[in-house]
Design a protein around this ligand. Structure first.
Ligand SMILES: [Zn+2]
Length: 188
């Protein structure tokens, strides 16, 4: 969904963003639903531009079927999609692997867009060919979760802004990893 060919035949990497719903249990935010609310057509390091969404109708229909009666708003998620060229450029400019999943800080960055007492999940999306194959299996990697689906490698990172507006990275944990690995094995 994040990558498509536009009417001029160019490959476009679209950023998705949406809401995360679930329940809070002490310090643990348990996300059970994530809804996509917007697709961004163009992004650079400092801004994003909302595009005409080809999925608008589909998303509205999907929203209508969701039961969020037992879920609370926990925060948001958004993607950092990278093309092969962008990955190559960043690596040859000396960026490390962290660069692709880090939240940008400051008032104009990811930090600034977060409300207090909410989480933000960032999904870094890279062509799988730009990642070492030992990163393909879905597993916990430090505070991150990552793995491959088809031609895309995805890294989940978690962020939190507290009541005082302090922003920090938090660990992402997933109970779904074995299931994802099994499903991918079955498809392949
Ligand atoms: Zn971001």
């Amino acid at each position: 969904m994040f990558q498509y060919t536009n009417s001029e035949g160019s490959q476009i990497c679209a950023e998705c963003l949406g809401s995360v719903w679930g329940n809070k249990d002490g310090d643990i935010f348990r996300a059970s639903l994530a809804t996509t609310t917007q697709i961004i057509e163009k992004r650079d390091m400092s801004s994003v531009e909302a595009g005409r969404s080809p999925f608008e109708q589909l998303l509205h229909n999907a929203w209508a079927t969701l039961d969020v009666s037992d879920a609370n708003y926990l925060g948001a998620y958004h993607s950092h999609p990278w093309t092969q060229q962008e990955v190559n450029n960043a690596l040859s400019a000396g960026e490390t692997e962290d660069f692709f999943w880090q939240a940008s800080d400051g008032p104009d960055g990811d930090e600034g867009s977060m409300p207090d007492n909410c989480i933000e999940i960032i999904l870094s999306l890279r062509p799988a060919s730009t990642v070492n194959p030992d990163q393909y299996v879905w597993q916990q990697r430090g505070d991150l979760i990552s793995g491959r689906i088809d031609i895309v490698h995805i890294t989940f990172s978690g962020w939190f802004k507290n009541d005082n507006g302090q922003f920090s990275q938090i660990a992402v944990r997933g109970g779904f990893l074995d299931e994802v690995n099994d499903k991918i094995r079955n498809i392949e």
